[in-house]
Design a protein around this ligand. Sequence first.
Ligand code: UT7
Length: 411
Amino acid sequence: MRYAHIIGWGKYAPERVLTNADLEKMVETTDEWIRSRTGIRERHVAANPKDTTATLAVRAARDALNMAGVHPAQIDLIIVSTSSPEHIFPATACLVQDALGASKAGAFDLSAACSGFVYALSMAHASIASGNADYVLVLGSETLSRITDWKDRNTCVLFGDGAGALLLRASEQPGGVLSTVLGSDGSGGDLLILPAGGSRFPTTPETLSQGMHYIKMDGREVFRFATRVMAKATQEVIAKAGLRLDDVNLVIPHQANERIINSSMSALKLPPDKVFVNLDRYGNTSTASIPIALCEAVETGRVRPNDTLVFVGFGAGLTWAAAAVKWGVPPPPPKPPSWWRRFRLATQSPWATLRSWALRWGRRIYALIPGYSGESPYLPIGRTKETPPPVAPRPSPPPEEPPADGAGAPS
Ligand code: UT7
């Protein structure tokens, strides 16, 4: 039996902090309204254009890898959960893979909005349990400030930017991810949506002038949905792990609104000391909220070895997800890392940059060789840039013979 243990974790939030007082100068709102209706005091925003969903994710990932003493080349799979990807394609996960120098990792993005991190954790768990992967890096990263309408007070006071990472490793020691529960209800898809930029409404001057490239939300309906599913998903995931509510040491819910958290957790009769909340300082960072909160819970001593944790989230889709986790890093690999391994770990970042640079230039140089027709790691085998692949002639269809009994003949 293979178990998926969390062996490294990291978080990153951009430097710039936007307070409620700052927002008072931008839209018709007050610090009092924001705090009393949401619990948020401030949030981090990616004010520097160089900070993107991938760069935030890379910073969180490096912390997780360094903590675990794992080299990027050991990672088998990278899953980036995000609703604010760098592009529709390529996947942000591939940009992260390149920046880390994770040379043997598969990489893909996962879109399940604020529930995405728990969805990604569930996929990582399945990959490890099935034997498909030994090391999986799971990331939740968002730059929601880039898709927020800063003139819409219904949404702009809520969201923040940030990233969180967990590194999972296969182990035969029982523990790690115990159970997961995933759910969706697409009938509520219009309640929280980024309408344009996809195939339904490709970007046009009209979609831009109507602000359809910004988040739109029916806050009240999302609120009702959230309070309904958070308690239910928590109960389900605990039962699926064969546990009782009393066995849970800490619930780390999606950090969207303090009122949603309080109402769902009091429905479960969970005391406040068993629930972790940090949204006052981050706002709603969507899929990044649970891993950021987990990192802070560990840093502040709220999570101890052998604790049973529950992560539970909800979001656009509509989606919801929960995971039960036994916390505790399994024993490290038997040998202490050699000096060469320690050196490689310490130099992984410049090495990844060099590797990426060499691959890009290699690709360009191969493309320049006139008439080059040999095999290349950068061009499909046996093809040149100039010579298109031969197209096999279509076989001509056999002549139709009239059926002997006349069946099928037009009447
Ligand atoms: O990750 C999932 C993402 N989404 C969520 O989790 C959102 C879930 N929903 C919520 O958190 C809450 O519904 C909100 C915080 C968005 C809104 O709180 P609410 O208590 O549901 O307020 P409301 O929408 O019922 O609005 C109450 C009033 C309205 O004025 P009227 O119509 O009563 O005159 C709003 O126009 O508050 C007004 N309002 C504001 N006033 C000051 C809405 N936003 C603001 C604002 N500042 N920023």
